[in-house]
Ligand binder design. Structure first.
Ligand code: SF4
Length: 432
């Protein structure tokens, strides 16, 4: 069956689940829901062992809508009871992929709709998707693939919008493609440091958010919004071309030593505070890989709660001596992480529709945490620090943080405590 064609990042075209070889399993610790039609189908499976296992482990949840009709009850160790001794899914093995609950069949792919085009991104919570998507320099080159859905049938997308973009009343929707392309293209312009590119994009997000705030979609208003959007994109493209971005966003090394130290202390205290929030609030959902990465990262710069200045100095040294050299030699890894966050979160519209500035801040906080832990890991592994550590860390962060809406809400509260719930302050967390 030739499926619907879509252009996807190259890493997805080469993705295959590695099953029993996988260092993690997608279902461990997560809610695996089953829609009503699939539930009925599985209850009548032509395989006695599967049918018995389904009756025992997949239970309807009263009061839920049809698409969330039932749930797989995980084992006490949070693993899926449908996995066999070799960590392979017994439904897939005995009956084939058509029998899998949709969530299992799709994972790690998320489908979106932009106008009339289906799009796909994978979550890097899957170790194999993270490896392919992070380590290859050309992971985000476009590749055409056939999606596993027959033409003429709707692709079951997670979010998006249909129809011509120009018809929508929300200016972010009308300019969705242009905005996202601008963010993606800017991320690849390496004549500026990554933090300079991110700061520019933050300023642009704020400006575009102001345009979107004009929410009276009268005809005149629409024309005004469109002009304002286009002007902003043209002006920011000009900042990239004329080099003024360098004056706008000085690097840390251009600062006085005292303000460098102040920033280092603040950065460390905020990111350590966010880690503590994550650790204390969700202990039951913590992931062993994440806990190990965090422990190694804090050991990697000799974190000492009694010695903030010494900890900050050791952190700066780990960044200067171990993380910086490796990261500068492999700039595509963190760029790929950001490209995937933008695509996979449906930026700038996002899952929660908090507005473009908040959506960008959420990505920046995640990036700041990833970079913070990577610097610690580089200090821990020193000469052995490699791309595999990026994969392990980013996979576990995506697993426990990106998919945890509760934590991301708490992030804003924690930042608010430090008076840092704003773009200018987040710039401090990501400055190189
Ligand atoms: S996490 Fe990815 S590679 Fe591992 S079992 Fe799930 S889909 Fe396969």
């Amino acid at each position: 069956m030739a499926g619907v064609q879509s252009v996807v990042p190259r890493y997805l075209a080469g993705f295959n689940c590695i099953g029993g070889e996988c260092p993690d399993t997608c279902c461990a610790g997560w809610d695996v829901t089953v829609d009503k039609a699939q539930f009925k189908k599985l209850r009548a499976a032509p395989d006695a062992a599967i049918e018995r296992a389904v009756r025992e482990h997949i239970k309807p949840v009263p009061g839920m809508p049809t698409e969330l009709h039932a749930k797989i009850v995980l084992r006490p160790d949070k693993s899926c009871p449908m996995l066999d001794g070799a960590k392979l899914c017994s439904i897939q093995k005995r009956l084939g992929p058509a029998w899998l609950p949709r969530i299992c069949n799709d994972f790690p792919r998320n489908y979106f709709y932009v106008g009339d085009h289906p799009e796909v991104f994978a979550t890097f919570a899957c170790p194999e998707a993270a490896r392919l998507g992070l380590l290859a320099a050309d992971a985000f080159a476009p590749a055409e693939v056939a999606l596993p859905f027959p033409p003429g049938k709707p692709v079951p997308y997670r979010c998006g919008f249909k129809g011509t973009q120009d018809q929508h009343s929300d200016p972010l929707q009308r300019h969705f493609g242009r905005i996202r392309d601008f963010f993606w293209d800017t991320l690849r312009i390496r004549e500026y440091s990554l933090s300079q590119r991110l700061l520019l994009l933050g300023l642009l997000a704020r400006r575009l958010g102001g345009v979107a705030f004009l929410d009276d979609p009268s005809r005149r208003q629409i024309a005004t919004q469109d002009r304002a959007m286009q002007t902003a994109l043209v002006e920011y493209a000009g900042v990239l071309v004329d080099g003024s971005l360098r004056q706008l966003t000085p690097s840390r090394s251009a600062q006085e030593p005292e303000s460098q130290l102040r920033e280092a202390l603040l950065r460390q205290s905020v990111l350590q505070g966010l880690t503590a929030v994550r650790m204390s609030a969700f202990t039951t959902a913590n992931h062993p890989g994440f806990l190990q990465c965090v422990e190694q990262a804090f050991n990697g710069f000799g974190f000492d709660s009694e010695d903030a200045v010494g900890s900050a100095a050791r952190f700066e040294a780990a960044e200067r001596d171990w993380f910086g050299p490796y990261d500068r030699a492999h700039p595509h890894i963190l760029e790929n992480f950001l490209l995937n966050e933008i695509g996979g979160s449906f930026f700038p519209l996002g899952k929660e529709w908090h507005g473009i500035e908040r959506e960008w801040m959420a990505i920046m906080v995640l990036y700041a945490l990833v970079r913070f832990y990577l610097i610690g890991l580089a200090g821990f592994y020193r000469e052995q620090f490699s791309g595999e550590h990026y994969v392990r860390l980013i996979q576990s962060v995506c697993r426990v943080i990106s998919h945890n809406a509760g934590f991301l809400k708490q992030v804003h509260l924690e930042l608010g405590k430090h008076g840092m719930d704003n773009l200018a302050s987040i710039a401090i967390l990501i400055r190189e």
